[in-house]
Structure formats: structure tokens, C-alpha cells
Design a protein around this ligand. Structure first.
Ligand code: GLY
Length: 564
């Protein structure tokens, strides 16, 4: 796990605090927060053009695929949580799907999982779901033609954009892997000076042409047309498993949201195959047993109790979570009684050992089903009509599989690494999994992405989510705690120091900003504390009880928010 936290930390250290990190005021139409000012502007332009928050989110997603393409793009997947003006809440699953030819042991060589196979190149690629999700959201809930939003993003790809320091850092870290794939090297290495620096311009004419193909032909170009065929041809020549027929069979799945409550607020988040919503709600259920506000943000006791609750939840994640269309994910994980039982094992005076997962009620009969319906990016939008969107999108690790399908400019994900390649063997994020997340044909890998909405008396007050592997769950949780328990506005909620514990490895990650007294106090309580410069990147849009709107990109990064 050290690697990805270090990657996130270095990237964040290299960044500056933007002047536009937080925006508040009375919007004429809506608010947008993303990790990149060009993408934020695209979302605001969609609002100016008469679009709603859904159009703004689609504009952000398409533009992030250009200017922040190492994190997300149409070659990857996303989860979108929407609250529509009429009060309906939807969760759209655009997670990648394993190809039909995927097998349980496909990443094992000589009996051992080989991370190079699941992280780089042909076998690491799942069938992308982002474009299907954006098209679905646009058709059913948007107001602007999708083609118009594609054309706007195509112009950015064609004209180029100035790299930020974050992008440059990712390029440096990934250079040697990108060099293995000629098409990717031509775009991301030879398309830039040998030693790129912030301000250098990256143009992506092939990606612009692909966006325009879809503007003209619809997303069938991607799932049933030229792109699917080109991808199959490349895969066949490079030992991959993905076929054009896998693309044709891909579908976005509307799922039943995870719903919970916390101190009278309603929490709506993403269900499996994300673990995010389940564990955000589970941890909140645990913490509801404690007077978190009285502990005080910044106290040793606050960090301790949150970390202990995270540890219990992540132990359950490793045992129970997977694609609900394949694995029996117990709904009892959301039970308040179950959380109360777990909370009784939690001691305030010392870190406890959590040997294994718990046994949620109904684990043998009551499961999530379809019928019941930093290497990643999160963006939030809202409009004055009452539409709110929380969307987290990802290629998985930086530049995903590092594979660009020749002639298309489209970078493919490596989300096959989010499966459990071998029980008990950690993936890139140090996460272990079990049978529930084993590889199977057409199954979706488990995720931590947690696009979440918080409501009070039916009225949305927060749209939030994050990037950074399993820390997504922790960041989203902390933003909710800071909002509800400590009354912070989005910028302050996101700026406050973070912590993360994922059960295995038994390490409590804390940001340096907690300060030496808290860090030493946690060590004295028995925690193995790892201090990170910075943890993750979250974005949020909010509206307080007085009706004041506010949006914020993570103050640790180079993102921006805006109001129009
Ligand atoms: N690839 C990160 C996640 O989906 O959790």
C-alpha cells in the first residue's frame, strides 16, 4: 500500500493551492467542483448553455478524460449517483466488466499472482463502462445533446491543454510503462518534450476524432462499431481477452442505492460492486454509537475511534464484498444492530486486534441483488432546479493499462487488478479479497468509489466523493462527519486532516497535519501509525440549512470549483 500513498503524497506535495478552491454564493444555475479548472469550466459552460447538473457532470467527465486522462476517461468506468429535481435518486453502475474469456486464475503464473499482468497491458483491461453511463444519463436525465458536449471536449483535445504539475508527476512515474506501448508512447512521451514540465501543451487529435465519431454516430461507435473492432484486433495481436462481442454485451446497470441514516441525516451512496456506499454507511452506523462531536475534530480520541471503526468495516469488505450479480453480499452489513454489536468490541483506550470479518445478520439469505435494485477522480455538480450529481470515474492506476487503442487516442483501464487475483494476495492498493471478488467472466471488480449524497428532510445538503483507492471510503466518510458532526462547509470539511485504516495491513495512515501530539498519542494507544504528507483528493458541493450554496475542490490539489 505504501506505493500508492507515496504516489498520492508526492503528487499532492507538488501542487499549489489554487485561488479558486472554493466557491460559494447564490448560483443563477448551479455549481461544479472537479480536480481540473478546464473541466470545471466545461461543466459551468454546460450550465450557461441551458444544461442541468447532469449535463454539467457529463461535460466534466468528457473533459476530465482529456485534461486529466491519466485518472479517468471513456476507456474506464464510473459510478454516478443522481438526485433528480423530482426527488428520485438513482445510482448508475458503469463499472468495467471482465471479458467473457476471463478466468479465475488468469493472473497466476507458477501458482502466484503476477501483478504486472493485472496492472499493465492487454489482460489488465475490463470492458469500459463510462461512455455507456454518460450516454444513459444524457438520454434520460440531461437536457443538452450529448453530441454538443462531446464536441466541446473534442475541441480541448484538439487544441491541447497546459499540463499541470500533477499530470507531469504522473507522467514521470509511469514513463517506463508507457514506453512499452508504441501508441501510448507516441501520444504521452513523444507528443511532449523529453522532460515535460507544467505548462507544456498536450494535444490529442485522435481522441478528438473519437469524440467526434461518437457525436456523429452515437455511442454505438464505441460499443458496436469501429472502436470495439479495433480493440479486439489489438487484443488478439497482444494476448488480450477482450472481444468486440464483450463490448456489444456491455450494459450500464441502474442499481438500488445504498441508504442509511446518521444523526437524522439521510445518506445515499453507491451499492455493490462498490464497497464504498456499504462501508461509508456501516462506519457511520458504528460511529453513531459514540459522541463524535464531543470528542472534537483534531483529538486523539476522534482519530482513534474512526480508525477502529474503519478497521472493522474493512475486515468485512475483504470477506463479503464483490459484484452482487455473482457474490452474495449481505445487506445486513448496513444493519444498525450489527454495527452496535461491532461497536461493543471497540475500546477507547487502545487499538484492538481484528482477527477476521464479522457475521452480519442474514448473511445466509439476504443479499444485494440486481433485481432489488488518486488514480481516479471525483466530481460533484448541482443545480438550482434540484438536480444533484456525485460521480466518481477511474481508469484505476495512473494511465490505466497504459494501452491506447491505435488510431483512437483512447486509453484503456486496468481495472481487472481490482479483482482478487488470488485470495489473500493484495492488489495494487494493498487490499485483500476473497471468493466474493474472485475473477469470473462478465463479473465487475469490486470498487471503493463512493459517490454519495447527504440529505436532510429530503433536501440534498452535500454531494461528495473522492479519489485514491480504498482511502475514497475514508475521505468520503470524513467529509460527512465534518459536515454533520462539526458543521463545516465543504471547503473546511475537505481541508481538515485525514486518516485511513483498511484492516490489512494493520497500519493507521494519518496526514502530517494532525500534528505530533495526536500522532504520538495514537502510537501510545497501540496503533502502527504511518504519517503521509497528504491523503487523496475529494470534491464536494453543498447547501446549508440557511440555503447557502458552496462548492469546493480538494484544497490539497489543483482543482477548482465554480458557480454560475
Ligand atoms: N480503482 C479504484 C476503485 O475502484 O476502488
Amino acid at each position: 500500500m505504501g506505493t500508492w500513498i507515496l504516489v498520492a503524497a508526492v503528487a499532492m506535495l507538488a501542487s499549489v493551492w489554487p485561488a479558486t478552491a472554493a466557491e460559494s454564493g447564490a448560483p443563477q444555475k448551479g455549481l461544479v467542483a472537479t480536480v481540473n479548472p478546464v473541466a470545471t469550466e466545461a461543466g459551468l459552460q454546460a450550465l450557461r448553455d441551458g444544461g442541468n447538473a447532469v449535463d454539467a457532470a457529463i461535460a466534466c467527465a468528457l473533459t476530465l478524460g482529456v485534461v486529466d486522462g491519466h485518472n479517468s476517461g471513456i476507456g474506464g468506468g464510473c459510478f454516478m449517483t443522481l438526485r433528480l429535481a423530482d426527488g428520485r435518486i438513482l445510482t448508475l453502475d458503469g463499472r468495467e466488466m471482465a471479458p467473457a474469456a476471463a478466468t479465475r486464475d488468469m493472473f497466476l503464473r507458477d501458482g502466484k499472482a503476477d501483478p504486472r499482468l493485472s496492472q499493465d497491458g492487454a489482460l489488465s483491461v475490463g470492458i469500459p463502462g463510462q461512455m455507456a453511463t454518460l450516454a444513459f444519463a444524457s438520454t434520460h436525465h440531461g437536457r443538452l445533446p450529448l453530441g454538443r458536449l462531446l464536441e466541446a471536449a473534442a475541441r480541448v483535445a484538439e487544441q491541447g491543454f497546459a499540463l499541470d504539475r500533477h499530470y507531469v508527476g504522473r507522467l514521470r512515474e509511469t514513463r517506463s510503462q508507457l514506453a512499452l506501448f508504441p501508441e501510448s508512447a507516441a501520444i504521452f512521451l513523444r507528443g511532449l518534450p523529453e522532460t515535460p514540465s507544467a505548462g507544456d501543451r498536450l494535444r490529442q487529435p485522435d481522441l478528438a476524432a473519437s469524440y467526434r465519431q461518437m457525436a456523429a454516430q452515437g455511442v454505438d461507435w464505441f460499443y458496436r462499431g469501429e472502436f470495439a473492432r479495433k480493440t479486439e484486433a489489438w487484443m488478439k495481436a497482444h494476448g488480450g481477452a477482450v472481444t468486440a462481442s464483450d463490448f456489444a454485451r456491455y450494459e450500464v446497470v441502474p442499481r438500488e442505492p445504498v441508504r442509511g441514516t446518521y444523526r437524522g441525516y439521510e445518506i445515499v451512496s453507491f451499492p455493490p460492486p462498490s464497497s464504498g456506499g456499504v462501508h461509508v454507511v456501516q462506519i457511520l452506523n458504528l460511529l453513531e454509537r459514540f459522541d463524535v462531536a464531543a470528542l472534537g475534530d483534531g483529538s486523539i480520541e476522534f482519530v482513534h475511534v474512526v480508525a477502529e471503526a474503519m478497521k472493522l468495516a474493512f475486515a468485512d469488505r475483504a470477506r463479503w464484498l464483490g459484484d452482487p450479480d455473482f457474490a452474495k453480499v449481505p445487506r445486513g452489513l448496513l444493519s444498525k444492530d450489527y454495527a452496535a454489536g461491532l461497536a461493543r468490541s471497540l475500546r477507547m483506550d487502545r487499538a484492538s486486534a481484528v482477527p477476521s470479518a464479522g457475521l452480519p445478520p442474514g448473511a445466509d439469505r439476504d443479499w444485494f441483488t440486481r433485481e432489488r435494485n488518486r488514480h481516479t477522480t471525483h466530481f460533484s455538480t448541482a443545480d438550482t432546479e434540484g438536480n444533484w450529481v456525485a460521480c466518481t470515474a477511474s481508469l484505476n492506476t495512473s494511465f490505466g493499462s497504459k494501452v491506447v487503442v491505435p488510431g483512437t487516442g483512447i486509453l484503456l483501464n486496468n481495472h481487472m487488478d481490482d479483482f482478487s487475483a488470488q485470495p489473500g494476495v493484495p492488489n495494487f492498493f494493498g487490499l485483500v479479497g476473497a471468493e466474493a471478488n474472485a475473477i469470473e467472466a462478465r463479473k465487475r471488480p469490486l470498487s471503493s468509489m463512493s459517490p454519495t449524497l447527504v440529505l436532510k428532510d429530503g433536501r440534498p445538503i452535500l454531494s461528495v466523493g473522492a479519489a485514491g483507492g480504498p482511502t475514497i471510503i475514508s475521505q468520503t466518510l470524513l467529509a460527512i462527519l465534518r459536515t454533520i458532526d462539526f458543521g463545516k462547509a465543504p471547503r473546511e470539511a475537505l481541508a481538515a486532516p485525514r486518516l485511513h485504516h483498511q484492516w490489512k495491513p494493520d497500519e493507521l495512515h494519518v496526514e502530517k497535519a494532525w500534528g505530533p501530539a495526536v500522532i504520538e498519542g495514537l502510537r501510545r494507544r497501540g496503533h502502527t501509525v504511518v504519517v503521509d504528507a497528504s491523503l487523496g483528493a475529494a470534491q464536494a458541493v453543498g447547501r446549508d440549512a440557511a440555503g447557502r450554496w458552496s462548492a469546493s475542490a480538494d484544497p490539497r490539489g489543483e482543482g477548482s470549483s465554480g458557480v454560475w
